[in-house]
Every structure is written in structure tokens, then in C-alpha cells.
Write a protein that binds this ligand. Structure first.
Ligand code: AMP
Length: 503
């Protein structure tokens, strides 16, 4: 997962607004950040590994990003590697000068690389599938054979992208001197929204991964970009939109609602916060149904994501809700730490128990998901050390058993604790007195209640059924080779030697 944003303004330079938007999207990727702006025929780019505040850490850097139109990106590495040369936006000169930020993952990137090289005569600088996407879009635009672009040409190019690319892509592309176009794959797997702000000089528009990027800047959300749709904002402040896919089918990623998105975002017309509340309700109903004689004294969330579901779960069970773990905000996310030993250690550094909330009590710990199981195992032990009598554990989502191929940095199957294990086995393995998972139909209902018009979600991490129907066992084995801890460690060693300078 990554975060994308694009702004076309009629009244103000977009540098600081794109910075603010990226800061609001920082949870979607902490690995690298970048902004590219356009003024006249010039482009101004800064991108680098690091948090938004570290990449853009002085006024001088910001002031160099001139112009009233730009696109931006925060990266969470998925496909490709994590050098600063792979930070986004990516840029290609031909045709028209196009810059692109992408969230998602192309599942046919390897075939497209061959096509680009052998048929389209285009060349790539990196391993990133986002650079592939940029070049496919550029090639499709070039095929129009025009010197002066119209919105029709841009929409035709997006249709061309839909015909050639598979997988997940929510993108913003800036065409120099022309405008910014946002588009989403025909399944709408990754989110994208757009909004408007009225000014004395006309309308400013923003396109972003999540609505929170707009809230602080005074933009009013207009809508989600529909699956397959393209929304084009031209430099003169006009909005054009078009359905560019032949058979779009709304199938957004359900894991956005479980974990990825901020709770204060609205995506695909569903309040993430309310979806998480409903996950708590469904969990409570399951517990009351299957374990009516439960002896839970207190519900304790594992901060931060599970707080919303946890509070509602406690309310529905009629038991206390307490913040039993205090989070140190200055430790990096445990999930992306390389290697299991480091991950284990950092769970303890990151979360510290308030032992009076545990002593002598039967506690129900709640997390949004169990992925590797490192957090839950460690935390269950911490709860016991803090004096809990019984430690129960609930996950607001079903067992995560399959890798994600649409842009979430999930471990390989063999590293997912629930892969090939029953709930009873997991209960033992994690050391819980009882383990309760949300059922998939309940999770779907909890999310779907916000927008019943959506009839299908991508639930592949729970089911192993991939919505694009192109995922072979060979693809998954390649992914396994690429994503395992061992492969990452080997890559990071060799990358230090060949790291490219900042673009
Ligand atoms: P673990 O079971 O130790 O791998 O970690 C589970 C925790 O990681 C849960 O609390 C989630 O909040 C969080 N989580 C789930 N998916 C991801 C992800 N793709 N990236 C980072 N953290 C995640």
C-alpha cells in the first residue's frame, strides 16, 4: 500500500498543500516520499527515502517546488526494491512529460516489461512495477499521435492501460502543462477519491488515496473515483471524467477497512470508523452466541487500529474497556522490521502494559488482525506477566492465510502464522486461553453495511481467491522467493552497494 495525491490549483502554489496531504497519508507508507510540481515547461522534483517530514525538512527544498499543479507519493515497498531511485513519482519525458504516482501492484508486470522493451521500444530504469505502469500509460498516449492533447486522448490512454495492465492500481498522473488525471483499476481494489475547493479565482481540485488528505486543506469530497473511471483536472480548473473500462466491477480491498486506512477516512462511500465499530458488534455477537457463559472481565485493545472495534465489542458485551497497553510512538512499525528477532524485541519496546489493568483479571485482548503472530504471541505473554488470570484473544478479522498480491506488504504464506493451521492449533501456538476470530461473512457484512451497493470485496488474504483471477501457483512461488525475510536480508545487503543517488 502507498499513498497518492495530486492537486491542480487556480490560486496557490501546491508545494505545501501536497506536503500536508502526504503527511495525512503517512500511515500508508513510511518508506519514501516524493513531490513533483509543474510551472510552465519546468518540472520540480524531490523524492527520497524517509518520512515526509524528513524528506522535505527545510523551506528551501519546499520553495524549489514551484507551480500550481503537482502529484505526490508516500511509499510502502511491495513490488520492486526500496532504493531512493524507486521513490515516486516517476517521470518520463515522452510524450508530453508525464509524472506518475501509483498505489497497488501490477500482477503482470514481468510480461509488460517484455512488451515495453520488445514492442513499444521503451526502457526502464528500475525494478518498480509503477515505472512499468507509467510507461504503458505514456505509450498509450503516444499512440494517439497528436501534438495537442484533449481529454479524449487521455481517456483513451487510460482505456489502453486497462486493456494491458492487470492487478491493482490507483494512480495520479500529471501531464506537463495540461493537467492531472486520477484513475483506478477496473476492480477498484485500491482507493482513490477527489474533491473540490472553491476559491476567488476558480476551483481547486485534489485527488488522493483517502479523504483525510482533503479534510485539513478545506477540500470538500466529491466522490470516489469509480473502478475503471478516470477523473481529469485540466490546468484551467475544469473537471472531466469518463468510465474507461469495458467491464468494471467494484471489488475494493477489504483489508483497507480492517487495518490500512485511517478510521477518519471515507472510502467507497463507507466510513472506515463505522465499519470498524460494526466489526466490534459482529465479534460481540459471535462471542455471545458461541460462548454465552464467558467470564471476560475487561476488553483491552492492542493500539491503535483495534481501538474502535474493541470499544464497541466491550460495550456490546457489557464489560469494561481499558487501555492496558501504552504505545511508544517513537518506535518504528514492528511489522516492517527485518527479521523475526528484531520484530519480537520491538513489540516489547513498543507496547508496555499498565499492570493494574491485568492483575487478577480475565482479559480479552483485541487486535485488528493476526499476521505473523509475533505481536499476539508476545502480547499474550506480556498480559500473563502483568498478572492476568486468563488471557483471551480476539481478532477483528478472519485468519490471514494468504499473501497479498495487490500492494500490501504481507509476508509469504510460510511466514503467516495462520497458513495451514486450524484455530485450535493457533490458540495453542499463540498461548491464548481462547482465540476468537471474526467470521468472513460477518466482516463483509460489517464493511458492506456502509454501502450495500458494493456486492464484492477483495478478501484474498483470507480466502486465497484473487479477484483478478490471474494468480498462478508459479506467481505465488516467485513472490515467496522475493518477499521472505531471507530474500529481503540478501537484497538489503546488495542494495547498500549499488544504491543510486537521489533523483
Ligand atoms: P503480527 O501478527 O505480529 O504480524 O502483527 C499483526 C499486527 O500488524 C496487527 O496488529 C496489525 O495491526 C498490523 N498489520 C497488519 N497488516 C499489516 C501490514 N501490511 N503492515 C503493517 N502492519 C500490519
Amino acid at each position: 500500500m502507498c499513498g497518492i495525491a495530486g492537486i491542480v490549483s487556480q490560486q496557490t502554489a501546491v508545494n505545501s498543500e501536497l506536503f500536508d496531504a502526504l503527511t495525512m497519508l503517512q500511515h500508508r507508507g513510511q518508506d519514501a516520499a516524493g513531490i513533483i510540481t509543474n510551472e510552465g515547461h519546468r518540472l520540480f522534483l524531490r523524492k527520497e527515502n524517509g518520512l515526509v517530514r524528513d524528506v522535505f525538512n527545510n523551506d528551501d527544498q519546499m520553495q524549489k517546488l514551484k507551480g500550481m499543479m503537482g502529484v505526490a507519493h508516500v511509499r510502502y515497498p511491495t513490488a520492486g526494491t526500496s532504493t531512493s531511485a524507486e521513490a515516486q513519482p516517476f517521470y518520463t519525458n515522452t510524450p508530453f512529460g508525464i509524472s506518475l504516482s501509483h498505489n497497488g501492484n501490477l500482477t503482470n508486470a514481468e510480461e509488460l516489461k517484455q512488451e515495453l522493451f520488445l514492442e513499444d521500444r521503451r526502457h526502464l530504469n528500475t525494478e518498480s512495477d509503477s515505472e512499468v505502469l507509467l510507461n504503458i500509460f505514456a505509450h498509450e498516449l503516444l499512440q494517439r499521435g497528436v501534438l495537442r492533447l484533449t481529454p479524449e486522448d487521455v481517456f483513451a490512454a487510460v482505456s489502453g492501460v486497462h486493456l494491458r495492465c492487470r492487478g491493482a492500481y490507483a494512480c495520479v498522473a500529471m501531464i506537463t502543462g495540461f493537467g492531472v488525471v486520477g484513475f483506478r483499476d477496473p476492480f477498484g481494489i485500491r482507493p482513490a477519491v477527489y474533491g473540490v475547493r472553491e476559491t476567488a479565482k476558480g476551483k481547486d481540485y485534489m485527488i488522493a488515496s483517502e479523504s483525510v488528505a482533503m479534510d485539513a486543506l478545506g477540500y470538500e469530497m466529491i466522490d470516489d473515483i469509480a473502478p475503471g473511471e478516470a477523473v481529469l483536472i485540466t490546468l484551467d480548473g475544469k473537471l472531466h471524467k469518463r468510465q474507461c473500462a469495458a467491464n468494471p466491477m467494484y471489488s475494493p480491498c477489504i483489508f483497507e477497512h480492517v487495518y490500512l486506512a485511517r478510521p477518519d477516512s471515507v472510502m467507497d462511500n463507507i466510513y472506515v470508523y463505522k465499519a470498524r465499530l460494526r466489526m466490534g458488534v459482529k465479534l460481540a455477537e459471535k462471542i455471545l452466541r458461541e460462548w454465552p457463559e464467558h467470564d471476560i472481565d475487561v476488553v483491552i485493545p492492542i493500539p491503535d487500529t483495534s481501538r474502535v472495534a474493541g470499544a464497541e465489542l466491550a460495550a456490546r458485551l457489557g464489560v469494561l474497556y481499558r487501555e492496558g497497553f501504552i504505545k511508544n510512538r517513537y518506535i518504528g512499525r514492528t511489522f516492517i522490521m527485518p527479521g523475526q528477532a528484531q520484530r519480537k524485541k520491538s513489540v516489547r519496546q513498543k507496547l508496555n502494559p499498565v499492570d493494574i489493568e491485568f492483575r487478577g483479571k480475565n482479559v480479552l485482548l483485541v487486535d485488528d488482525s493476526i499476521v505473523r503472530g509475533t505481536t499476539s504471541k508476545e502480547i499474550i505473554e506480556m498480559a500473563r506477566d502483568a498478572g492476568a488470570k486468563k488471557v483471551y484473544f480476539a481478532s477483528a478479522s478472519p485468519p490471514v492465510r494468504y499473501p497479498n498480491v495487490y500492494g500490501i506488504d504481507m509476508p509469504t504464506s510460510s511466514e503467516l502464522v495462520a497458513y495451514g493451521r486450524s484455530v485450535e492449533e493457533l490458540e495453542k501456538m499463540l498461548g491464548a486461553d481462547r482465540l476468537i476470530y471474526q467470521d468472513l461473512p460477518d466482516l463483509i457484512e460489517a464493511v458492506r453495511a456502509g454501502n450495500p451497493a458494493i456486492t464484492r470485496f477483495d478478501c484474498s488474504v483470507f480466502t486465497g481467491e484473487y479477484i483478478t483471477q490471474d494468480i498462478t501457483s508459479e506467481y505465488l512461488s516467485q513472490l515467496e522467493l522475493f518477499r521472505s525475510d531471507a530474500a529481503r536480508a540478501a537484497r538489503s545487503k546488495s542494495q547498500t552497494a549499488i544504491e543510486l543517488p537521489n533523483a
